[in-house]
Design a protein around this ligand. Structure first.
Ligand SMILES: Cc1cc2nc3c(=O)[nH]c(=O)nc-3n(C[C@H](O)[C@H](O)[C@H](O)COP(=O)(O)O)c2cc1C
Length: 186
């Protein structure tokens, strides 16, 4: 069974981004993936900021990432960039941490003026971590998202676009999984 981890990078307790990550994981689980969610706001702040990858909670997050075939990176847009919380986590990763994996970058934000933040700011960093494939990124306006008590509802257009992107992502992480299995057996 393919495994997918979402890493969500909002510091907010009531976060639209973190709910979008849950929404994505629920869809992928329904399609047969084993899923996990690393909410960076739940990691211990001092070890995270000190780059202490030996701390048990940080080590556990890194191990979950290492096992994944697919990685969803979900971030709020802050100051026209991805969040500092996500940056702190990315800075902990070894050079080829995304090797063999398919990656889906997602952002929420208040203004389409900053839709480029994902591809201009985050994508080059991801690329340097040697992923097998980074699929089409998607920026969701927070006006397209309505929080309910325990979920998020997407406007129909956004839901359709996200579904198409998830279909491509699911193809990509299945291909990545097969390629990793072949490489390990040869
Ligand atoms: C400190 C801060 C900076 C922000 N900067 C931007 C920005 O530059 N561009 C933008 O489109 N939205 C910006 N926003 C809006 C958030 O990206 C948006 O509300 C997002 O959906 C919040 O996600 P969250 O609920 O997961 O924290 C900012 C919000 C905060 C709190």
């Amino acid at each position: 069974m393919p495994t997918v981890v979402a890493i969500s990078g909002s510091p907010s307790e009531l976060s639209k981004t973190n709910r979008v990550a849950e929404h994505v994981l629920a869809a992928l689980a329904g399609d047969g993936a084993e899923v996990a969610h690393i909410r960076l706001r739940d990691l211990p702040a001092v070890p995270l900021l000190h780059g202490d990858s030996g701390h048990p909670a940080i080590a556990s997050a890194l191990a979950t990432l290492e096992k994944a075939d697919g990685v969803v990176l979900a971030t709020p847009t802050y100051k026209a960039a991805y969040s500092g919380l996500l940056k702190a986590f990315l800075d902990l990763l070894p050079q080829f941490a995304l090797s063999g994996k398919a990656v889906l970058p997602l952002a929420t934000g208040g203004s389409v003026a900053h839709v480029l933040a994902l591809d201009y700011g985050l994508r080059p960093v991801l690329q340097s971590l040697a992923p097998r494939h980074v699929v089409q990124s998607y920026f969701l306006l927070d006006s397209q998202l309505t929080l309910t008590e325990d979920a998020v509802v997407l406007e129909p257009d956004a839901a359709r676009t996200l579904k198409d992107i998830l279909d491509d992502f699911a193809d990509a992480f299945r291909v990545a999984r097969r390629a990793t299995a072949v490489a390990r057996s040869s």
